[in-house]
Design a protein around this ligand. Structure first.
Ligand code: SF4
Length: 253
C-alpha cells in the first residue's frame, strides 16, 4: 500500500517561525555537513589479503576455538547450546555435562529432564535441551550414532543451522568452511574484506577472497580478532595487526 504523507505547516506543527534574516545568518554559521564520498574504500588486493592472513598466522599459527569439546558429537552439542550465549557460559555447563554424556547414546540415557538441570544457566535452555535430545535420537536412527560429514545432513539436525554446520565441518573434519558469527560479520564489514548485509553474504565474500592456504584457520583468526581486538564498541586499532590495511574510515590510527 502506498504510504500517505501529509505536509504540515511549521505553524501547525508547533515549530516557532524564524525571521528570514535570522535564518539566513544561522545557516551560514552552521557547520557544513560532511560531504558524502561517492567512492567506497578501495577493495583489498590479493597481496594485501595474503599479507593480513600471514600476520594472523605468524601471531597464532594454530588458533583454537574456545568451545570445549571432546569429540565431534560434543562439539556439535556445544555449538547448538552456544546460540545467543557466550562460549564461557556454555563451557561452564558442558564441563560437567560431557563428563556424563559424551555420546548420543549417553545423552538419551540421561534424558531431557536431567539434561535441563545441567544447562539451566544457558539462555533458552528448555528449547536447547529438547533439540539436543532430538538430534541425539536422529544421529542414532539415521547416522549410526556419528556426526555426519555433509552440510545438508548436519543442517537437518534439530537446532543446527548453517553456522553450526560450518563450525563442525571446519573444527571436527578440517573442511575449509567459514562460519560467520557476530564477530566475523563485524570484522568482514569493517575491514572491507567482505561486506554484506547478511551472514551468508559475508561468508561467501570471505570464501571468495581468502586464499585456500589460510582457510583452515581463517574462521578462528577472524573470530579471535573480533573478540579481542576489533571490539564492537571500542576497537583497539592501536594494537591491531592489520591496522595499516583495514579500510574502515573510522579506525583510530
Ligand atoms: S584497524 Fe581498527 S577497525 Fe580496523 S580491523 Fe583493526 S581494530 Fe578493527
Amino acid at each position: 500500500m502506498a504510504k500517505i504523507t501529509r505536509s504540515v505547516s511549521a505553524k501547525k506543527a508547533g515549530v516557532p517561525s524564524v525571521p528570514k534574516k535570522a535564518a539566513k545568518k544561522a545557516a551560514k554559521a552552521a557547520p557544513k555537513p560532511a560531504r558524502k564520498s561517492a567512492k567506497s574504500p578501495k577493495p583489498w588486493t590479493p597481496a594485501e589479503i595474503h599479507e593480513a592472513f600471514s600476520r594472523f598466522r605468524k601471531a597464532n599459527p594454530e588458533p583454537k576455538g574456545e568451545l570445549e569439546h571432546l569429540n565431534p558429537y560434543t562439539l556439535l552439542v556445544a555449538v547448538v547450546l552456544s546460540a545467543q550465549a557466550t562460549d564461557a557460559g556454555v563451557n561452564k555447563a558442558t564441563r560437567t555435562l560431557f563428563a556424563v554424556a559424551d555420546t548420543p547414546q549417553k545423552m538419551l540415557a540421561l534424558g531431557e529432564e536431567k539434561l535441563r538441570d545441567y544447562i539451566r544457566t544457558i539462555g533458552l535452555y528448555r528449547n536447547k535441551a529438547k533439540n539436543v535430545i532430538a538430534l541425539s535420537q536422529k544421529l542414532i536412527d539415521e547416522f549410526g550414532g556419528e556426526v555426519p560429514r555433509t552440510r545438508a545432513e548436519i543442517e537437518s539436525l534439530p537446532g543446527a543451522g548453517r553456522k553450526t554446520a560450518n563450525v563442525v565441518l571446519n573444527m571436527a573434519y578440517g573442511e575449509h568452511t567459514m562460519a560467520v558469527d557476530t564477530h566475523v560479520f563485524r570484522v568482514g564489514n569493517r575491514t572491507g574484506l567482505a561486506r554484506g548485509n547478511t551472514p551468508l553474504e559475508v561468508e561467501r565474500g570471505l570464501e571468495k577472497v581468502i586464499p585456500s592456504e589460510f582457510m583452515r584457520h581463517a574462521h578462528h583468526w577472524l573470530i579471535l580478532h573480533g573478540r579481542y581486538t576489533c571490539l564492537a564498541r571500542k576497537p583497539r586499532c592501536e594494537v591491531c595487526l592489520i591496522n595499516d590495511l583495514c579500510r574502515w574510515p573510522e579506525k583510530t590510527v
